[in-house]
Design a protein around this ligand. Structure first.
Ligand SMILES: Cc1cc2nc3c(=O)[nH]c(=O)nc-3n(C[C@H](O)[C@H](O)[C@H](O)COP(=O)(O)OP(=O)(O)OC[C@H]3O[C@@H](n4cnc5c(N)ncnc54)[C@H](O)[C@@H]3O)c2cc1C
Length: 352
């Protein structure tokens, strides 16, 4: 049977979820195609929005705009899917060296997001630490699995989801529409995460894929009020479970969990944590990162019926809602996309 929609969206990670949400909101007819792979970047991520980054503790790009936007977007989508998707969960940074403590202390007077926690000694019940603790405030924790499940259920109920692998060879580009199998659409958007690096329309973009691993451990008795960081982060998950990660590997032979990472986590937890722990799972995935550390947003400069929302790297939780909204407005109202995010900046490469 022939099917006609306004937009096809390939991928239901964080990017495809928000893009389909913002296109659906004003009444556009959407169809999402997702292969429901088990270890995508969004499914393996911890879901933290941290306004500062790096050894020099600098503000992340556009954080003053994207962080409040994201918090509101998760709150709103959570309300519509009956899930609590976001809560404030500040990072407690257990400085691992005297130099790191000094770097924090030097930034403290001029960076509003940094604080000295009131009850620093309280944490001695749970952790061993030779130096002080710094706090980043506010940080936010997103329940990414509830986000994906909630929106997936909504799409299923309305017959807007095809749970299958998208086959690029079956995509036919016509003058002002696209056809895929028995479906025609005005445009198609690729939100295919790391799959973008082999996507025939976008593989020339400067993707620099990055592998990350995470352990899920039961730590009975550890408060879930904060994210605890000492090189590794311990992030509250569900009940007495905590997400522990991560690695940032630019060169990797495969995307599988490694014995080396598990051993590293076990060794560090035995030194740092005073509570017993039990490892219950171990995941790995590939972040859709890129050389510029700026997202890929917009329409293909040659094929105007094809669009992209990708390249979120390590910052999908804060960037994806904001840029999904910008892209949806660009498509529907013609409003501009931030020039540092617009894929138009790669017109030369994409026209080859
Ligand atoms: C270990 C780890 C920790 C992280 N922690 C954080 C964090 O705390 N905060 C943060 O902001 N970011 C974090 N990230 C990064 C974050 O996960 C990404 O920025 C974000 O999830 C990327 O979302 P995406 O939708 O672009 O890609 P994905 O989540 O990979 O989604 C792509 C979707 O497309 C589907 N797909 C791909 N190709 C096809 C095809 N041909 N046919 C059908 N479906 C297809 C896949 O099944 C998938 O569902 C972390 C990443 C990792 C790996």
């Amino acid at each position: 049977m022939e099917q006609q929609v306004d937009y096809i969206i390939v991928g239901q990670g964080i990017c495809g979820t928000f893009l389909s949400y913002y296109l659906d909101k004003p009444g556009k007819k959407i169809l999402v195609i997702d292969a429901n792979q088990p270890h995508t970047s969004t499914k393996v991520a911890s879901g933290v929005i941290n306004p500062v980054t790096g050894r020099r503790i600098v503000r992340t790009w556009m954080i003053e705009e994207v962080m409040p936007f994201a918090v509101e977007a998760y709150t709103q989508l959570g309300r519509e899917t009956d899930k609590q998707l976001v809560r404030q969960c500040n990072i407690l940074d257990f400085h691992p060296t005297a130099q790191m403590q000094l770097a924090f202390d030097e930034r403290l007077p001029t960076e509003d997001y940094l604080r000295i926690p009131e009850s620093a000694d309280y944490w001695r019940t749970y952790f061993n630490y030779p130096f002080a603790i710094g706090e980043t405030n506010p940080c936010w924790l997103i329940d990414l699995h509830s986000l994906l499940d909630g929106w997936c259920n909504r799409l299923r109920e309305r017959n807007c989801l095809l749970e299958q692998q998208f086959d690029h060879k079956q995509l036919v580009l016509e003058k002002s529409k696209v056809r895929y199998q028995n479906i025609t659409a005005e445009k198609i958007f690729f939100c295919d995460g790391a799959g973008g690096a082999t996507n025939p329309f976008f593989h020339l973009l400067p993707f620099a894929l990055n592998k990350g691993e995470a352990i899920l451990a039961k730590i009975p008795g550890l408060p879930n009020s904060n994210i605890f960081k000492q090189g590794l982060s311990i992030v509250p998950w569900k009940d007495d479970r905590f997400w522990i990660g991560s690695t940032y590997e630019w060169n990797f032979a495969d995307a599988n969990p490694s014995e080396g990472f598990r051993t590293k986590v076990e060794t560090q937890l035995r030194q740092w944590l005073k509570l017993p722990f039990e490892i219950v799972d171990h995941w790995a995935s590939v972040r859709p990162a890129n050389i510029e550390r700026r997202p890929f947003v917009g329409l293909h400069p040659v094929h105007h019926t094809i669009g992209i929302l990708n390249g979120m790297g390590t910052k999908g939780c804060s960037l994806a809602p904001f840029f999904a909204y910008q892209l949806s407005h660009h498509i529907i109202h013609g409003s501009p996309i931030h020039p540092n995010a617009d894929v138009k900046r790669f017109s030369g490469i994409l026209s080859k």
